[in-house]
Ligand binder design. Structure first.
Ligand SMILES: [Zn+2]
Length: 153
């Protein structure tokens, strides 16, 4: 399908798909800003990092997206960050895959305990009968969430 002037490939998406796209781009911007800040700290004297340098301008753009959200959501920003920590595993290929116990909501990343009993999994809950499985979107949705994300490991 050829786009007309002013059209984007987002124009015909439903709201759910559009939100996923926004989450994906926002998550990528957070990751890229983090890397830019890290590199900029060591190479800050290079004009590349100045206001008119391409790295400086890229960092400025990411700040214009992220800072208003941090300002608006304040303390909830941490919960927002938690969401993305787990959502990254669903939004992107090659990201750390999170697993969850569907009974108690315990989540783990970095290691694979899929199919193991929660009690035998890393940091497992005593007496839990759950079996570890891959994290799914429904686990992150407030209505179906097994457990609130705030403060989860
Ligand atoms: Zn469990």
């Amino acid at each position: 399908m050829k786009l007309k002037w002013g059209q984007t490939h987002w124009n015909n998406m439903n709201q759910k798909k559009l939100i996923r796209e926004a989450q994906k781009m926002y998550s990528a911007i957070i990751s890229m800003e983090s890397v830019l800040k890290m590199i900029g700290t060591t190479e800050g004297n290079n004009p590349f990092w100045g206001e008119s340098g391409s790295a400086g301008r890229a960092l400025n753009k990411s700040r214009q997206i992220i800072r208003p959200l941090e300002k608006k959501y304040g303390d909830d920003y941490q919960m927002y960050g938690n969401f993305y920590r787990y959502a990254n595993s669903l939004l992107f290929e090659g990201e750390e895959k999170w697993e969850i116990c569907p009974k108690c909501g315990k989540m783990i990343g970095s290691i694979s305990d899929i199919g193991k009993k929660c009690t035998e999994s890393f940091g497992g809950k005593k007496d839990c009968l759950g079996i570890m499985r891959e994290l799914k979107w429904k686990d992150l949705e407030p209505v179906n969430s097994i457990t609130p994300l705030k403060g989860k490991e």
